[in-house]
Design a protein around this ligand. Structure first.
Ligand code: LLP
Length: 463
């Protein structure tokens, strides 16, 4: 890799009003354990290692850009969720965050269940040997084919999302001579935002049946009448990247309220509630995520208390974390291609990937951290914007970052916390080849999703 020198970019203090940006970190070479996966460290040469393997070696062997996934950390996080919720609850990993056959096997081995939301995710789960009864099927518009495949496979639950779907799933199950276990997804009137929740009077989004106005209760009424369905519970998912447990608590309170209403109206006590996913992770040092144990304790307490007050037996609780399990376990490794100083503004650092491997910055204004990982540097901090190689000015990977002013083409940058919703939302924009996912455990690295090739692209293009 080249190490050519280039003029230092503007210093943040030269170009920005004081206090506009947080000050640069005291030590640009430090790796905040909040945002890096557990087996990341720097070796005696200053090179960052994952599971003991230097990133320079990983780049040589697997190329860049690439996602490197810390299998040890992934498994530890699965166990933390499993242990926090105990054997009388279920943890469903939300496959939409990132799914591959290796991941399915790890989940299976660590005792987690799996939430899928498409035929493709279902096929991956089944191909990797996840028992069907440990799979839940989600989605607001599941196709007849998806429902049929799920019922035929014998999935443990289908989460119903509309009046039409209640009838559709019942008919398919009856036609197949089965009685399908289902939950009904409701919207509880809690809208989750990044750092807080706002109770909303009106529901204005596409998922579930609203509790307010009685749609949820009507869905239950209809589902209970249909022979093809075994209604086992109520489902609620309030949003994503949530740091505050109070939104979940309000949701739990309202779901239990509906269980009591169902018992009073139908004489039926539904045995399950699912409180969804959404627990936030640290993308930057400013984020302060909750631990699984904290959320498990809070949910269990409120469900137990509310059930006691309503005279209900405590239902089996399940949750569906995606991001909180896989998000922190991977980083994306890029090579710097160009470093362009815009005098008086900032320095643009172009890497060899971009919005095709991480759309979250462009789509959600998501914030990420970034670090020089192929060496340490004693140079001054330089306010930078890390951008990709796509033909689009919104192709930003990290909007504001301090990088050492001696950054040069050939340096390796890593963006941590890209395990969730990066590879799974990757695209072929500009005919980019989607990067591989390489799992690292116990000093060994192996490709679990290979890099796309031009042949892959051309195979779909039938001329
Ligand atoms: N359960 C249900 C029903 C969901 O809809 C989701 C996420 C989850 C569980 C998992 O949520 P998590 O724990 O991963 O936050 N693409 C967006 C996130 C979309 C989440 C969609 N549903 C992002 O990149 O932030």
């Amino acid at each position: 890799m080249s190490r050519s020198a280039h003029p230092a970019g503007p210093r943040y203090a030269d170009v920005l009003p004081e206090g506009h940006y947080a000050a640069p970190p005291a030590d640009l070479n430090a790796l905040d354990p909040k945002v890096w996966s557990r087996t990341v460290a720097r070796d005696e040469h200053g090179v960052v290692t994952l599971g003991g393997i230097p990133v320079t070696r990983l780049a040589e062997e697997f190329g860049t850009p690439a996602y490197f996934l810390d299998e040890t950390d992934f498994r530890a996080r699965c166990r933390a969720w499993r242990d926090a919720f105990g054997t009388d609850a279920d943890v469903f990993y939300a496959g939409k965050a990132f799914l591959s056959r290796a991941v399915v096997r790890w989940l299976h081995e660590e005792g987690l269940n799996l939430d899928v939301c498409s035929a493709g995710e279902l096929a991956t789960a089944l191909a990797a040997g996840m028992p069907a009864e440990r799979i839940a099927l989600h989605g607001n518009n599941k196709s007849t084919e998806e429902i049929t495949r799920a019922v035929e496979a014998g999935v443990g639950r289908i989460v119903l999302d509309s009046f039409q779907e209640i009838v559709r799933v019942a008919h398919i199950a009856e036609r197949l001579g089965k009685r399908q276990r289902v939950q009904i997804r409701i919207t509880v009137g809690v809208e989750a935002h990044t750092h807080e929740f706002i109770a909303t009077a009106h529901e204005d989004q596409k998922f579930g049946l609203a509790l307010a106005g009685g749609q949820a209760a009507e869905g239950v009424r209809r589902a209970l009448k249909l022979d093809g369905l075994e209604l086992v519970g109520i489902h609620s998912h309030i949003g994503s990247q949530i740091f505050d447990t109070s939104g979940f608590e309000v949701a739990a309170h309202r779901v239990v309220g509906l269980l009591a209403q169902i018992r009073d109206e139908h004489g039926v006590e539904l045995p399950e509630i699912d409180l969804g996913g959404g627990l936030g992770i640290a993308y930057t040092s400013d984020d302060d995520p909750r631990e699984p144990q904290e959320i498990a304790t809070a949910l269990r307490e409120i469900v137990t208390r509310e059930c006691a007050a309503a005279g209900l037996a405590v239902p089996r609780i399940s949750v569906e974390p995606g991001r909180a399990i896989v998000g922190p376990t991977a980083f994306t490794l890029y090579e710097v291609g160009t470093v362009k100083e815009l005098p008086g503004l900032r320095t643009y650092v172009s890497v060899d990937g971009g919005m095709s491997d991480n759309i979250r910055t462009a789509l959600y204004d998501a914030e990420y951290s970034v670090a020089l990982v192929s060496r340490t540097s004693a140079a001054a901090p330089m306010l930078s914007r890390v951008v990709g190689k796509h033909c689009e000015s919104g192709d930003i990977v990290v909007r504001d970052a301090f990088l050492p002013a001696d950054l040069a083409p050939g340096d390796l940058l890593a963006v941590p916390a890209t395990g969730a919703y990066c590879r799974s939302m990757a695209s072929n924009y500009n005919h980019a080849l989607r990067p591989p996912v390489v799992a690292v455990a116990d000093g060994a690295a192996r490709v679990i999703v290979r890099r796309e090739t031009e042949e892959d692209l051309l195979r779909l293009d039938v001329g």
